[in-house]
Each structure stands twice: as C-alpha cells, then as structure tokens.
Ligand binder design. Structure first.
Ligand code: SAM
Length: 276
C-alpha cells in the first residue's frame, strides 16, 4: 500500500507554535523532506525527535521529487517541512504536491504557522477579501509589471519582502498606488521584536530610509478605494423614461427600467418623468 505525504508547518519564530499533531506526524513519518536539513535538524533536536532527513529545495526539487514519490509509492510516509511556516507557500513543496497528486498519492496538509495569514490577521486592514502576491521579482521590469497589474485591485494585497529590498519596494509601490495608500508592515512576527507599523506608503518610505529595516517582513497593502459612481440626476431619469417610451415601453415599464438602470428610487424617477 502507498504511503502518504504530510505537509507539516513549522514555527515562523516562536518554537511554542509547533502543534501536537505536527510533532506526532514528524515522529511517526518514515522520513522527513526538508528545505535545509541543518535548519530542520535544530527544530528536531529541540523536539527530541531523531529521524532520517532528505533535502528537498528549489534547485534539486525535480530530481528529488521523483525519488520521494517513488519512496511513498513503495509504502513510506513522508513529512515535508520548510525552513519556517507552511510548506508550499512561497516555499518548496508546490511541485511535490503536484507530483504526488498526479501519482495518486494522498496528501495531507496540517494547518499551522503561516506568515501571510498571521500578518493579515494582525494588520488592521480589511480581511474579508485579500490576494497573496508572494515575493516581487528582483528584476526591475517584472516588478513594475507585477505592481501595475494590481492598479485596480480592490482586495487587500499581501507581499513577502526581504529587509534589504524593502525601501525600493515601497518606492515602487508608491509610484504605482500613490504615497497615501495605507499599508501595514508586519515585522518579526511571533518573535521577541514583533512589530506592526500601520501607516501609509509615503510615511513608511521616510521611516525606513531614516532607520534601515531589520528582520523579516510581510507587507499588507490596502486595496484601491471603491470609485463612487456618479449619481444620475432627475433630469437624466426623465430623459431616459422619455426615450424608452418612444421605443414603445409603457410609462410604468419605462419608469421601472430607468430606476433599475440608474440605481434611483422608483418614486424619484416617477416624479421626474411627470414634471417634464
Ligand atoms: N512558507 C512560509 C509561510 O508561509 O509562512 C514563508 C516562506 S518565505 C520563503 C519567507 C518570507 O515569509 C519572509 O521573507 C517574510 O516575508 C515572511 N516571513 C516568514 N516569517 C516571518 C516572520 N516571523 N515575520 C514576518 N515575516 C515573516
């Protein structure tokens, strides 16, 4: 019988965030696939778990993915971990999940620490609808194209960013979205120096140009404000009713349709049509 692939999230700072289920899965797996075996070894030592580790990272993922799939098909259970947070989210794992799914292997994702969700929930921005944009490219042209593709985006946008690129990124964002756009900069989440700066792009540029940023960041950017539709006037309503009646609609139907089209109350359209 084939084994399984478990996606095991690990703490993004605070080691206390490892769950009982994650710990048990790591203990019970036949082997652990890790982004950086040295990083994961530290965690396993902290948890008192001894287990065989194989490396699975960006530059060996295709070849290693095949080996892992074969081992699982032969009956072994693999737990996949990344350096921190949820595997497969801006981390190696996406390909392995695809390969396993294609091979008919059951994949089980254990919920747990994830920087995007932790930042979004603490950001103070709207959380009802959001999009995760991951890391921006380091190439100027594709960064610009990526940001420009988000110009009309009304959902809250979440980005991962490295501290040494932060000011550049904020400047590129301000050029596209305007310096007044609200942003929450979530730094060192779950760690000793956790900090959330809720500000605007312009103010953030000033702050981090003065004091260079340190630590890991998630940027939570407010979506574009809704554009107020220009309200139709009673004169517009009267003109539209007259036009529809000329086209053959009864006065009652013309008023009904105009009210719907112009998003006006029926009585306003009725009064406007009568006073013409
Ligand atoms: N898969 C991981 C997850 O979803 O939590 C993210 C891995 S990605 C390679 C690393 C990025 O996540 C960092 O550059 C940073 O943007 C963000 N990040 C990770 N841990 C963080 C923390 N404690 N505080 C703020 N951002 C963090």
């Amino acid at each position: 019988m084939a084994g399984m692939l478990y996606l095991v999230p690990t703490p993004i700072g605070n080691l206390g965030d490892i769950s009982t289920r994650c710990r048990e899965t790591l203990e019970q797996a036949d082997f652990i696939a890790a982004e950086d075996t040295r990083v994961s070894l530290k965690l396993l030592n902290h948890l008192g778990i001894k287990k065989s580790l194989v490396s699975y990272f960006e530059h060996n993922k295709t070849a290693k993915g095949d080996v892992i799939v074969q081992r699982i098909l032969a009956g072994e259970t693999c737990a996949l971990v990344s350096d921190a947070g949820s595997p497969a989210i801006s981390d190696p794992g996406e390909e392995l999940v695809k390969q396993c799914a294609e091979a008919g292997i059951t994949v089980c994702a254990i919920p747990g620490p994830c920087a995007v969700i932790t930042a979004l929930s603490i950001s103070g921005q709207s959380t009802g609808r959001f999009c995760f944009e991951g890391f921006l490219s380091t190439a100027k042209k594709s960064r610009k194209e990526h940001l420009e593709s988000l110009i009309g985006e009304s959902r809250t946008m979440v980005f991962y960013e490295a501290p040494h690129k932060l000011v550049n990124t904020l400047e590129d964002m301000a050029a596209v979205f305007g310096a007044d756009r609200p942003i929450s900069l979530c730094r060192e989440l779950t760690k000793l120096h956790e900090e959330v700066v809720r500000t605007t792009l312009g103010e953030a540029i000033e702050k981090y140009t003065e004091t260079p940023p340190k630590g890991e960041f998630v940027l939570v950017l407010a979506g574009a404000p809704a554009i107020e539709k220009e309200k139709a006037t009673p004169a517009d309503a009267a003109a539209r009713v007259a036009q529809l009646m000329e086209e053959g609609l009864s006065r009652k139907d013309a008023i009904k349709q105009t009210a719907k089209e112009l998003d006006l109350p029926k009585n306003v359209v009725y009064d406007a049509a009568l006073s013409e």
